[in-house]
Write a protein that binds this ligand. Structure first.
Ligand code: AMP
Length: 282
């Protein structure tokens, strides 16, 4: 761990600072507005790596035209204090122009895995994610990188990209941190008004109901989806976008739950879109 945290903006600044850091370097990519979920990734990296790098970049290419790019919450000063206290060595905060200079026209896209779920609801989202993560891997040259299970499909897609493109990076997926009432921590929770905040526990309640049914022996995937759908429909402030009970590896919808399955959902509360998931049967 270095004495004080280095802040880099340009790619050149990042590369120079990175070259002085010891290996293995653990990278934690973020969009900032950090909460304890992000910090749990940083702590894991700190425990496992000689150096820790964090990126703070609200990546425009992973937002759709009608999504919340311009309103996405930001608190750079607060983020840097948290990262310094967590013992981070290097933070990269590039501008969009640094990551996507004029004339940019090269993309990294994972196919099949990005078709269902979030990929179906957010066309182009994962192309933006995989492109920026590939660029972050090139920029930081990390030996390890840390992502949250909260974004389950993103985790699967990044694993796939890393394997398919032979990035020499070991990917670790960390558990979802939750508030006391079960709501998964998310920078977007800040959008919720008090009524919506209360209603937002419906994601956890729906996932818990499906898991309880699974634990009592239910193996019919559609019954689990119906249970989740009904729980969401019982909450007047919530609107379901999708519920899924899918194969953990392929993300294809299941008929029968065998070994490892992913229960996942996207729900809107007013203008706020939240996602959550549980893994069952491992
Ligand atoms: P974001 O800033 O939303 O792009 O998230 C940066 C990283 O933190 C991603 O790998 C997320 O999956 C992870 N993350 C976000 N929320 C949580 C959470 N509640 N628990 C654990 N990891 C999380």
């Amino acid at each position: 761990m270095s004495e004080s945290m280095i802040l880099a903006t340009t790619l050149e600044e990042l590369r120079q600072a990175r070259a002085l850091l010891e290996n293995p370097l653990g990278l934690v990519p973020t969009m900032g507005y950090l909460h304890r979920g992000h910090l749990s990734l940083v702590e894991r990296a700190r425990a496992e790596c000689a150096s820790v790098g964090v990126s703070i970049f609200v990546n425009p290419t992973q937002f759709g035209p009608k999504e919340d790019l311009t309103n996405y919450p930001r608190n750079l000063e607060g983020d840097l204090k948290l990262l310094e206290a967590a013992g981070v060595d290097l933070v990269w905060m590039p501008t969009p122009e640094i990551v996507y200079p004029p004339g940019f026209q090269t993309w990294v896209a994972v196919e099949g895995l990005t078709s269902p779920l979030e990929g179906a609801m957010r066309p182009g989202h994962f192309r933006g994610v995989t492109t920026v993560v590939a660029k972050l891997f090139n920029a930081f040259q990390p030996q390890k990188a840390y992502f949250g299970q909260k974004d389950a499909q993103q985790a699967a897609v990044i694993r796939r990209m890393t394997r398919d493109l032979d990035f020499p990076v070991d990917i670790t997926i960390c558990p979802t941190l939750r508030e006391a009432d079960g709501l998964a921590m998310s920078s977007r929770n800040t959008y919720l008004n008090p009524q919506e905040r209360q209603a937002a526990t419906v994601l956890f309640r729906a996932l818990s109901a499906a898991k309880a049914a699974y634990d009592s022996g239910e193996r019919d995937a559609e019954s689990l989806r119906v249970l989740m759908r009904e729980t969401i429909e019982s909450e007047p402030f919530a609107k379901m976008q999708y519920v899924s009970c899918a194969d953990y590896d392929t993300l294809e919808e299941l008929q029968t739950v065998g070994d490892k399955a992913l229960l996942s959902m996207a729900v809107t509360l007013g203008k706020t879109r939240l996602i959550d998931n549980f893994v069952i049967g491992d």
